[in-house]
Design a protein around this ligand. Sequence first.
Ligand code: ATP
Length: 223
Amino acid sequence: MPKTNHKMPLINQAIALYGGTFDPIHYGHLRPVEALSGLIGLKEVIWLPNNIPPHRPQPEASSEQRLEMVRLALRPFASFKVDTRELEKPTPSYTIETLRDFRQEIGDKQPLAFIIGQDSLLSINTWHQWESLLDVCHLLVCARPGYQTHFETPQMQTWLEQHQTYQQEDIHCLPAGKILLADTPLYNISATDIRARHKVGIDCHDLLPNRVEDYIRQQKLYQ
Ligand code: ATP
């Protein structure tokens, strides 16, 4: 069981969602989220592989392969689940819509968080209806090497400071509305780099779980 740092009894332990392309899933996803989950004491983390809009660069692995890699990687973690609702929809979903779906299912009071990396935070104002995100969830931000910790524009920095909390308890005591920049371990790993390494035959066993690396080889992905 991961150790938690709670100083107060929890009213309602937060559930977190983690969206991504996961082409492939790697330790830069797994290790920070594992650390975050222990640090904050998350009830569960629901991993949401994305459906990519047709006009964007398509993942190299199919939806089924990306899903299988996520399933293989999450096998050792009892509190990590996969949700396929975005993959199953015929059209790509906006994060805000998926979050609203979850919110409807769990009710107004249950604390809900969305996990992102620091790079995603810095471009969050490009997301559809981004200003409504905090009405529905908290944002838990994992550190990522190579990305600055401040926004370029004063407007976005002010938005961050207005919503930022340093109290982990807020994530469990409030249903939504806070941003927590978590002190998670840094992993300089990206799926882009893993795909590039595979193309030139470099072993990636130190960058992602063995069973995912074995699956990539068996399926002849990223060649
Ligand atoms: P790609 O290189 O194909 O763009 P990626 O490695 O960035 O992929 P995604 O599936 O696009 O992975 O990312 C899903 C989420 O994981 C995003 O919120 C992203 O910020 C976060 N993330 C990815 N890699 C890291 C990392 N090394 N450290 C912290 N967060 C990460």
